[in-house]
Design a protein around this ligand. Structure first.
Ligand code: DCP
Ligand code: MG
Ligand code: MG
Length: 551
């Protein structure tokens, strides 16, 4: 539970930090010569952002390339379609902020909310209240301020925000803006009031004034295009109109909770909590393309995407259990596009080696899975036209938890499948991927939610049994069960058996190749220890069985 859950009061201090011209700053870090010349970041035919030098010429975010070049003919362009550096620096910023508070919520790639309530309380214990001077620009008046103690808290919040921004600059060389307020909504709105490299704060008394200063409901964070279109049905376009519309009218358009949420927003009231962000739930890439109508071209495009994606996953450090393919097809008859997704389990063992993950044989195995998924999405013996291909890895486990990866096979929420046989489970998921920060065709998905913890129960029993075996006197003394596998999918010619003392029910649920490896590993260690009389003989360091027995 967030310690600072609150009602409608001003007890919290929320800091919102947004990096200045983020992609441009990252490129400047890589090439400092770009610092003092107008520079824009290009994705396809759009300038998605630019440094502040370029903004002096009137360059705005997401401007068409032609338009930008007319405004500033000497604009230097840097291709920003590969988001991997932006992404990795973005996580570094979040990590720095997490040193201050566990309540750090990522928003897109360059924004973070921090619940600084506790930090403020701590600081207030060691500071002379009379001497506190706020840092930054203020929005609104300081007359007749609320007496509940919120004023001093906001002031201390400004000191903490300045410290955070200083740390980001010192450690990563990035400048940023901050907004300091008693809730997320106000802190985000206020953050962009003075840019770049500045901070702005607001006392609760000025919340209404700030909301009324917004041009329309669409400029309220949390009110998307769809919501504002619906609001237009009851003639609500401005904040004032949202304040005045009867809640009963909103209840007819939205569920009551959302209706109340919208009403609250119009008054600057936002009780949502700062959620803790973990690593992304999925890491993906997608690329729109000119019409692709041959399977060979699909494979080439997927190979390219997969190589890039493997580098991202390598940087992330975790091991994915599922791969998802997204395909957008174009129907020339109806002139409509259709986006579909299918996913498959992948073998965690593809990723167990450290260092760059692009091992050719693994890449080819994953490609086989992808092409199999592709054929399930697209009928290849009829003409087809692909306009977008996307790949993402999901269901991550930490590398240190690889020993538990077998548990993931055991307790997977989708059926366990053999990977090498390419008989993977597929299911439809036509919902579009969540994509971060990119208006153009190359998008990277990053879902800022925390990860599930590894599941252990059956695994532990299995592991314990194998450990008992590993320490017993000699293989001949074992209660050898040597159970023949009964499942249809098993190749009986291999004569694979469940290692003694292992939980047969768990073993039988493992994919065939995992069973094989465990069985052969068991046989090999039995032979070794018989031959050398060494009951403590160590298992091969990279063996699968080792994942069960090594602690
Ligand atoms: N971005 C994008 N498409 C958009 C908006 C932004 O690809 N429609 C990318 C480029 C930005 C980054 O996301 O660098 C962060 O978005 P911001 O809106 O915070 O813009 P900047 O950080 O570039 O500029 P500012 O200084 O205004 O925050
Ligand atoms: Mg920014
Ligand atoms: Mg931003």
């Amino acid at each position: 539970m967030n310690p600072t859950a609150c009602n409608d009061e001003h007890q919290r201090i929320i800091i919102h930090i947004d990096l200045d011209c983020f992609y441009a700053q990252v490129e400047i870090l890589k090439n400092p010569e770009l610092k003092n010349i107008p520079m824009g970041i290009q994705q396809k035919n759009i300038v998605v952002t630019s440094n502040y030098k370029a903004r002096e010429f009137g360059i705005r975010k997401c401007m068409l390339l032609n338009e930008a070049m007319q405004l500033c003919p000497h604009l230097v362009l840097v291709n920003g379609e590969d988001l991997s550096d932006y992404r990795s620096i973005s996580y570094k910023v979040t990590s720095l902020l997490q040193k201050y508070s566990e309540y750090v919520e990522r928003l897109g790639l360059d924004e973070n909310f921090i619940d600084a309530t506790k930090l403020v309380e701590e600081k207030l214990k060691n500071i002379n209240k009379e001497q506190i001077q706020s840092i930054g620009n203020i929005f609104g008046s300081t007359e007749n301020l609320c007496q509940c103690g919120c004023e001093i808290k906001v002031k201390v919040g400004t000191l903490i925000a300045a410290e955070m921004r200083k740390l980001i600059y010192e450690q990563l060389g990035l400048t940023s803006c901050a907004g300091i307020a008693h809730n997320k909504l106000l802190s985000k709105i206020i953050c962009s009031k003075h840019k770049p490299n500045q901070q702005t704060f607001i006392y609760p008394d000025s919340a209404l004034e700030l909301m009324l200063s917004l041009s329309s409901v669409e400029s309220v964070p949390g009110v998307g295009r769809v919501t504002s279109e619906i609001l237009k049905q009851v003639n609500v376009k401005s904040i004032e109109e949202l304040q005045n519309v009867e809640i009963s009218k909103l209840n007819k358009l939205f569920d009551p909770e959302k209706a109340k949420f919208l009403k609250n927003l119009s008054y600057g009231v936002d009780n949502t909590l700062v959620k803790r962000s973990g690593k992304p739930l999925s890491i993906g890439l997608e690329d729109s393309c000119k019409l692709i109508s041959a399977e060979k071209e699909v494979k080439e495009k997927l190979t390219e995407l997969l190589k890039r994606l493997m580098l991202l996953v390598d940087k992330d450090g975790r091991i994915p259990k599922t791969i998802k393919l997204t395909v957008r097809t174009f129907d020339k008859m109806t002139k409509t596009s259709r986006r579909q997704t299918k996913q498959s389990n992948i073998n965690s063992q593809f990723f167990t080696s450290s260092g760059p993950l692009i091992k050719l044989h693994n890449l080819e195995k994953i490609l086989l899975i992808l092409m199999n998924l592709f054929r399930k999405l697209v009928t290849i013996h009829r003409p087809f036209h692909i306009t977008l291909l996307g790949l993402s890895f999901t269901k991550f486990i930490e590398r240190m938890d690889i020993r538990h990866s077998i548990a993931s096979f055991i307790k997977n929420d989708i059926e366990v499948q053999s990977i090498t046989s390419i008989e993977n489970l597929n299911y439809d998921d036509s919902s579009p991927e969540s994509a971060a920060q990119s208006p153009s065709s190359c998008r990277e998905s990053s879902d800022p939610e925390s990860e599930p913890t590894p599941k252990r129960t059956k695994l532990n029993i299995f592991k314990r049994n194998l450990m008992e075996y590993d320490t017993c006197d000699s293989p001949s003394k074992l209660r050898v069960q040597d159970l023949q596998l009964s499942s249809e999918k098993h190749d009986n010619n291999l004569n694979i058996k469940c290692p003694p003392n292992a939980d047969k029910s768990v073993f039988e649920e493992l994919p065939l190749e995992v069973q094989q490896e465990l069985w052969f590993e068991f046989k090999r260690t039995r032979m070794d220890s018989t031959a050398f009389g060494n009951r403590q003989k160590k298992l091969k360091s990279n063996s699968l069985l080792n994942y069960f027995v090594k602690q």
